[in-house]
Design a binder for this molecule. Sequence first.
Ligand SMILES: Cc1cc2nc3c(=O)[nH]c(=O)nc-3n(C[C@H](O)[C@H](O)[C@H](O)COP(=O)(O)OP(=O)(O)OC[C@H]3O[C@@H](n4cnc5c(N)ncnc54)[C@H](O)[C@@H]3O)c2cc1C
Length: 403
Amino acid sequence: MPMQIDLGPTASHFREEVRQWLRVNRPSNVEAVQSEIIGGGPDYDDWAKRLHEAGLMCVGWPKEYGGRGLGGVEVAVMNEEFGRAGLPRATRGMGEWLVGPSIIVHGTEDQKAHFLSRIVDGTDRYCQGFSEPDAGSDLAGLKTRGIVDGDEIVVTGQKVWTSGAHRATMMFCLCRTDPDAPKHRGISYVLLPMKKPDGSSNGFELRPIRQITGNSNFSETFITEARAPLSNVIGGVNNGWRVTMTTLGNERGGNATTQHAQYERQFWRIVDEARRLGRADDSIVRQELAWAYTHVEIMRFAGLRTLSEVVAHKEPGPAASINKMFWSEYARDLNEWVMNLRGAHAMVRPDNEGYALDRWQSDFLGSRSSTIWGGTAQVQRNIVGEQVLGLPKEPSGDEERTR
Ligand SMILES: Cc1cc2nc3c(=O)[nH]c(=O)nc-3n(C[C@H](O)[C@H](O)[C@H](O)COP(=O)(O)OP(=O)(O)OC[C@H]3O[C@@H](n4cnc5c(N)ncnc54)[C@H](O)[C@@H]3O)c2cc1C
């Protein structure tokens, strides 16, 4: 069993409270809720609604914006308890993890009051409009234009890989508002409504991209003269890069304190599978399992280190890239090894019709993307080399980091 760390009496009291709530409120359809985590669905929405009613949504946000004002340790405890109970901690997705924390740091009081509570109660569901066909790792090379027109901003351009766009009502979108400025300046961070008040599209056209899993969780997004009030620009016109850095820091490191929980659960599923296959006594299999367990434990300890930074109210900085690099490469390698463990059987679809995959196959195919989204593993290495270790900059001479 992993070593337990005593987080003090307040945390342990809170732990008991969460445990008790989960015992009483455990949904009967956990499998259905789990299966809807990525693509969404009524069971997940229902679970999210119950958590919201119990005040368990966006719990780390200040109370005046609809959160619960919990400290970093309590949030980590809550996540741990959900993990232990095998229940998904339904969240408000990118609204909660990416754009909300960026509004908290860079938004005006009016923006915080307006946008944060709409994320907490589920009114606004966000997707991320950062990547473009020629601006992925080199995010600051983006070309989508934003033109200020009176008290509005008008946005036109193309985004790609927009996860969850088909379920979103808002996009946090980067656009170039000053084409003459150096590329990291002259960018604005806009909260764009995807529909007009009359329900018609606000200049958005989505073209879903079909993935190797058979699902279409993301789209190409074409934006033609989408309008938003200037009050939807976070951090000020032409000042979006700073806000972007906060968003990317959270994307890479925001889950560092709880990352190990899902991999710990997966580890024990793999042990069960190895036993079921009669392979658990094979010394090579045991060696691989030991390798996996060690990685999960490293994630747990790295999470505790991050927790001490969270407690000190530090934003996730460049060191968050270590977290992103570590878990994503582990997930890729582990899932490939699990396919080998399962042998030829792993290549067979469980049904003879359609494209349904079992959980192992879907984990394997999904894990191939983990070293790409949120910034590739190669780019994370550059960030760690240059900004954490202080090594010389890469020859491109870019003044600030790429994605
Ligand atoms: C599953 C998934 C979901 C995604 N969801 C979203 C989303 O919701 N919103 C969004 O905006 N984007 C999203 N993305 C896009 C993602 O952020 C980009 O794919 C990623 O940043 C890489 O950009 P790129 O695909 O253009 O690759 P490129 O930047 O073209 O990179 C190609 C290759 O070159 C390497 N490379 C590039 N520059 C360097 C460098 N300086 N040093 C060393 N190597 C380098 C990269 O590591 C990579 O191997 C998603 C991607 C995936 C796979």
